[in-house]
Design a protein around this ligand. Structure first.
Ligand code: PLP
Ligand code: COI
Length: 341
């Protein structure tokens, strides 16, 4: 029985659900972990996460398919990306098989919150980990908590599939040889001033440039870029300081193997953006959000696909990806994890 929620009008916000998963790391080992109804976290005032931001997270979604199953999309890739984040932040890794099991358990424990098929909403799953014991000298914590909560969500950007306007940011998101390639909370803290400033000026997001030369396109605060060339190729930026988006990696595969498109994963220069036909932001939260216009310090880059709707190639990618996620199109082997029949 689904909860009485107005699924079709949900934004991207937090709604407390009944159950979450919690596991604690102490004396060098993770405990078994368990589902709990307690949504409160009580930790020391001097916890590593509070003093030195020792925390990382993941994001994935559960979907209700056309035939009524509940599935999630490539959770093994989130598990392995979280291992990369933990290693870079000197945190203990959470075993990848246990991560996927925990995702399954927490979705099963909140099935009533999985939005109905066709409602436009999905269940966002947020795994995260933080240093929980007191740390005052700059060093990693000894104790950690791993948690997963879920929350039903609608579109990340207001207006859903309407193209957005973004701007080239003067702030950098990540340093060269820094932490841009992992999902560390600190990267998002760094982006808060830039996003508030962008919103105040009427932009939906920031386009961050490569911090070393400021000539190449990296990503936005919460999504990777895809571009479509006038002759129908998919081009997506390659850089050591952007987050390896699971959505982007999936779209590269879908473009090549489902749609027969050529795919280029390469450095993308700011001054070539004007030549692309379509532009989109891709990620778990963003899905594919079309970009109609990029403001580069007063010079507007307007994509031919316009401000009214998604470009035609972006739309094909969107329909194929969401078709796979919602069970309308057969998925590549191993992409879909069935959680409830
Ligand atoms: N880039 C950033 C900075 C993100 O926060 C996200 C969101 O997870 C993405 C890209 C998209 O990654 P994914 O497709 O794995 O959700
Ligand atoms: C996600 O897409 O899962 C993210 O973590 C992006 C965040 C900006 C909500």
């Amino acid at each position: 029985m689904s909860k009485n929620i107005d699924w079709s009008n949900l934004g991207f916000g937090y709604i407390k659900t009944e159950n979450r998963f919690v596991s604690n790391y102490k004396d060098g080992a993770w405990d078994e972990g368990a589902i709990t109804t307690d949504d409160m976290v009580v930790i020391s005032e001097c916890a590593g996460v509070l003093q030195y931001a020792q925390t990382c997270f993941e994001g994935l979604k559960a979907y209700r398919t056309e035939d009524g199953k509940v599935v999630c999309f490539r959770p093994d890739l989130n598990a392995s990306r979280m291992v990369d984040s933990c290693e870079r932040l000197e945190m203990p890794t959470f075993p990848e098989d246990k991560f996927v099991e925990a995702v399954e358990k927490v979705v099963q424990a909140n099935l009533d919150y999985v939005p109905p098929y066709g409602s436009g909403a999905t269940l966002y799953i947020r795994p995260y980990m933080f240093g929980s014991n007191p740390v005052i000298g700059v060093k990693p914590a000894d104790e950690y908590q791993f948690r997963i909560f879920v929350t039903p969500v609608g579109p990340y950007f207001k207006g859903g599939a309407k193209p957005i306007t973004i701007r080239v940011s003067d702030f950098d998101r990540a340093a060269p040889h820094g932490s841009g390639h992992i999902k560390a909370g600190l990267n998002y803290a760094m982006s808060l001033h830039a996003i508030v400033d962008a919103h105040n000026k009427g932009y939906a997001e920031n386009l961050y440039l490569d911090p070393a030369t400021r000539t190449k396109v990296e990503e936005t605060g919460g999504a990777n870029f895809i571009f479509i060339t006038k002759d129908g190729k998919l081009v997506t930026p390659k850089s050591d300081s952007i987050l390896p988006s699971i959505t982007r990696r999936s779209l590269m595969y879908v473009a090549e193997h489902y749609l027969g498109m050529e795919v280029e994963h390469r450095e993308v220069y700011l001054d070539e953006l004007k030549d692309f036909a379509e532009c989109g932001l891709c990620g778990t939260a963003a899905v594919i959000s079309p970009v109609g216009k990029i403001d580069d310090h007063g010079t507007e880059i307007c994509f031919p696909s316009g401000m009214e709707e998604m470009g035609p190639v972006t739309k094909k990618l969107y329909d194929t990806l969401t078709g796979i996620q919602m069970g309308r199109i057969e998925a590549p082997e191993g992409w879909i994890k069935v959680i409830a029949e």
